[in-house]
Design a protein around this ligand. Sequence first.
Ligand code: ADP
Length: 231
Amino acid sequence: MGVGLEPILKTENLWKIYRSGKVDLAALRGVSIEVLPGEFVCIMGPSGCGKSTLLHVIGGLAQATTGRVLLDGNDLTQMRDADRTLLRRLKVGFVFQRFNLLPTLDAYHNIALAQHIHGNGFDPHRFETVVRLLGLKDRLHHKPSELSGGEQQRVAIARAIISEPKIVLADEPTGNLDTKSSEAVLGLLRQLNEDLGQTIVMITHNPEAATYGHRCLHMRDGMVVNGNQTN
Ligand code: ADP
């Protein structure tokens, strides 16, 4: 993690307003943050403060209302939907609370399909490295329903990182796990960060989980309220 590096992710005065009927709800109210390559950043804050909205906007899953999102130098807010989708596939790995694995595919194919979608073709060396790091060698031919929650999340993490994304965005990755599995998953995320230099942004409710990151952004009412704002 280097001082003087260009941020891999930068947001400038990001606003997201949800309109339903006549009511406007500002879920993000001027968020400006920076994440450097190799950082592991946590986002904390009470339910409804805008954490998921921020993660979706920085990952290109949702459009900001105003402001800018620069991901690896590309301005997501200036892109057409199709281009944003393409950029997301190339640069972002998502990990969700509910794993979101394809139920009919075994672990092997859940991971390999992600590599295929990415468009780089199957890379056996990368596949082996990721499977070894995540301890999944003996689980590859099991479907999600035949795996524990912790194992499913490890498959989901493997899927997220298989194509060497610039950034992994994790939304409460331990929210559905018991304490022991949570610690294992968090330990693996930290190991991926340390061993592969994987940049990670992780939402969590859990102060214990937040200690796995290098620093924590605290959100309230659609704003980042601690000292990591860039303006
Ligand atoms: P958090 O992840 O911190 O719990 P969210 O980003 O999910 O917060 O939500 C922030 C606010 O935006 C909440 O008030 C929520 O009800 C509202 N919100 C989130 N998604 C939508 C949506 N698709 N339409 C309307 N309001 C939404």
